[in-house]
Design a protein around this ligand. Structure first.
Ligand code: SF4
Length: 406
């Protein structure tokens, strides 16, 4: 990519980000003829019952039927009177996404492409381990942020998911898995903090004891660094935070994560410190650390010098570092750092006192690792078309095959 193309693409990305930040709160999904109860937090569900003269405690009964027992049929709710079930049938529905693709990896990772009512598709991935089962959930159809190493970014952006489409992924997976979901990470398609209200509503259902009952350590929101929304998040809900850092200085991060031009590293790090420090006057709420995600790109961000810069910028930020071996995808120009380079990078960070893990790559045989899945997106940004044209042009110039060793 030459400098002019990079600058043009960067300008378009920042314009898309601005547009999306401006419209975030106006996109709450379609108003259905019937209320879809799936996305209602307990307070909203109580209000719904009160609105047609029912007692609020009915909401708790229905909430449990939906989220703890996975029921989508009011007739199955046997502790409700027949008259109430009939009223509910007239006014409401419980409608989750449908699976259009379901595949299981050799390592047990399971991937779904889920079809939404408007025909768009999103990705949801379940990663089983011996002591836990983690569900990776999407927050948007596509993504406007255009991180250079991300497969989702190449598809452009269409719209925010509604709260019922977000929690619907958890509800759907719970109904289709034999293993319990013990952890949820908002790390699928999209930037969760650019779909704030719907994401917070869905996470509140994840945390509710009458629904999925997950503790704050088991629900993680991952952000590229939408700084103004971090303070809002701290006020709205208590969850764990991960930051997609990926570069230790502004020059490189501007290139890899274009959002950095809007919120540079020093501002982002201060926001992280504030997030950790803000316990809302309740020590039980204190966040012990933030997970810093750092994708390992060969020859780009993986030198000892980069590790030392990373140590400098993370000074005073209570953090754990997660090194992520890059998963190549078509149209990506990066390759993964070599194993010994990743280990050396990890060693430097650990010697400086940072807990540093290397993420295990999962689901490679079904392209289910982070950023590898593709849904069908009506791309309002036309970015996928631009990327295709650019890729074809560069392919014509570049005949040497890429060697991927990861
Ligand atoms: S890494 Fe996350 S924020 Fe960046 S483009 Fe991909 S989905 Fe969006």
């Amino acid at each position: 990519m030459n400098d002019d193309q990079t600058m043009n693409d960067m300008r378009e990305t920042l314009a898309e980000i601005d547009t999306q930040i401006g419209t975030e709160n106006t996109q709450k999904g379609k108003i259905d003829a019937k209320t879809n109860l799936l996305g209602l937090e307990i307070k909203a569900l109580k209000d719904f019952f009160v609105s047609f003269g029912e007692k609020p405690f009915r909401a708790i009964q229905v909430f449990k039927w939906i989220h703890q027992r996975g029921v989508d049929n009011f007739d199955a709710m046997t502790d409700l009177s027949k008259a109430l079930r009939e009223k509910l049938q007239q006014r409401a529905e419980i409608r989750g996404p449908e699976s259009s693709y379901d595949q299981c990896s050799l390592d047990g990772t399971r991937k779904w492409l889920l079809k939404l009512a408007d025909g768009n598709q999103i990705e949801t991935v379940f990663i089983p381990e011996t002591d836990r089962g983690t569900l990776c959930v999407s927050s948007q159809v596509g993504c406007a942020l255009n991180c250079r190493f991300c497969s989702t970014a190449t598809q452009g952006f269409n719209r925010n998911l509604t709260s019922h489409e977000i929690i619907g992924q958890v509800w759907f997976a719970s109904r289709h898995l034999s293993q319990r979901i013990t952890n949820i990470v908002m790390m699928g398609m999209g930037e969760p903090l650019l779909n704030f209200d719907a994401v917070v509503a869905a996470m509140s259902i994840m945390r509710d004891d009458n629904a999925y009952g997950l503790s704050r350590r088991r629900v993680t929101l991952s952000t590229a660094g939408v700084v103004p929304q971090l303070a809002r998040l701290s006020l709205a809900i208590d969850v764990s935070l991960a930051v997609s850092l990926h570069a230790p200085n502004n020059v490189l991060r501007n290139e890899l994560v274009p959002l950095n031009k809007k919120y540079p590293i020093e501002i982002l790090m201060q926001a992280c410190k504030d997030y950790v420090a803000d316990d809302r006057g309740n020590p039980a709420r204190s966040h012990r650390h933030i997970t810093m995600e750092y994708v390992m790109l060969r020859g780009v961000n993986d030198s000892p010098k980069h590790a030392k810069e990373l140590i400098q910028i993370l000074k005073g930020v209570p953090s754990k570092i997660n090194l992520i071996p890059f998963n190549p995808f078509p149209m990506s120009r990066f390759i993964c750092s070599e194993v010994h380079v990743i280990q050396e990078f990890q060693g430097i960070l650990m010697r400086a006192g940072f807990i540093t893990t290397i993420r295990k790559t999962r689901g490679q045989d079904i392209a289910a690792a982070c950023g590898q899945l593709k849904g069908q997106i009506t791309d309002r940004t036309k970015r996928s078309e631009r990327m295709k044209q650019l890729y074809l042009k560069e392919e014509a110039l570049w005949t040497e095959p890429q060697q991927v060793v990861c």
